[in-house]
Design a binder for this molecule. Structure first.
Ligand code: FES
Length: 174
C-alpha cells in the first residue's frame, strides 16, 4: 500500500515538475519572443517578422517593453497625436512602449479584440498606440529611448526619431 502511495506521490511530483517547466518555458517565450540581443543596457530587437495586432513583450533594463505592430484599421483610426507615438520601420508602424501604467505602475493587459489596453489596477485604458482613453493614467505609456537600425530597433540608444518625440512632448524621458 505504501509503495503504491509512494508511486502516486512520485507520479504527481513528476507532473508538477513538468507543469513547472512548461510554465517557465511559456514565460520565457512570452517575455522574449523576438530575435533580440541584450548587452550592457541595450536591447536590439529585430522587427522584420512581427505579426500585426499581437502584443509582444520584450525586456529592457528590467522593464517590460511592449511591441505592437499596427494593422491598417488601427492606423486608419489613429489621429495625428496617436500617429506621432508610432515608430516607422520600412513600411510598417509599431508601438514600442514601456509596459508600465503611467498612473501607479501596474502592467496593462492588451485585448486584441478591442485593440486596447486595460490597466486592471484602477480601470485606466489606452488605445493601440498606448494613448490614454480613460483616466486615471495621466499620459500615454512612455516610449523608451530607441534608434532605428535597418529593420532593427536598438533600445537604450537615441536616434533622431526619438529625439523628436522627446522635443515635441510625445513622450517623457524614462
Ligand atoms: S496603475 Fe494603472 S490605472 Fe492605476
Amino acid at each position: 500500500m505504501s509503495s503504491r502511495r509512494d508511486f502516486m506521490g512520485m507520479a504527481l511530483g513528476g507532473f508538477t515538475a513538468l507543469g513547472g517547466l512548461g510554465a517557465l518555458y511559456a514565460m520565457k517565450k512570452s517575455w522574449d519572443p523576438l530575435p533580440s540581443v541584450k548587452s550592457a543596457g541595450f536591447t536590439t530587437i529585430d522587427l522584420s517578422n512581427v505579426p500585426e495586432n499581437e502584443l509582444i513583450t520584450e525586456k529592457w533594463r528590467g522593464k517590460p517593453i511592449f511591441v505592437l505592430k499596427q494593422s491598417k484599421d488601427m492606423l486608419a483610426k489613429a489621429g495625428d497625436a496617436e500617429k506621432a507615438r508610432l515608430i516607422k520601420v520600412g513600411d510598417d508602424y509599431f508601438l514600442v512602449a514601456v509596459g508600465l501604467c503611467t498612473h501607479l505602475g501596474c502592467i496593462p493587459a492588451y485585448d486584441a479584440g478591442s485593440k486596447s489596453f486595460l490597466c486592471a489596477c484602477h480601470g485606466g485604458t489606452y488605445d493601440s498606440t498606448a494613448q490614454v482613453t480613460k483616466a486615471p493614467p495621466p499620459r500615454g505609456l512612455d516610449i523608451p529611448p530607441f534608434k532605428i537600425d535597418g529593420t532593427k530597433l536598438v533600445l537604450g540608444e537615441t536616434g533622431p526619431e526619438y529625439d523628436k518625440m522627446l522635443a515635441d512632448g510625445t513622450t517623457m524621458a524614462v
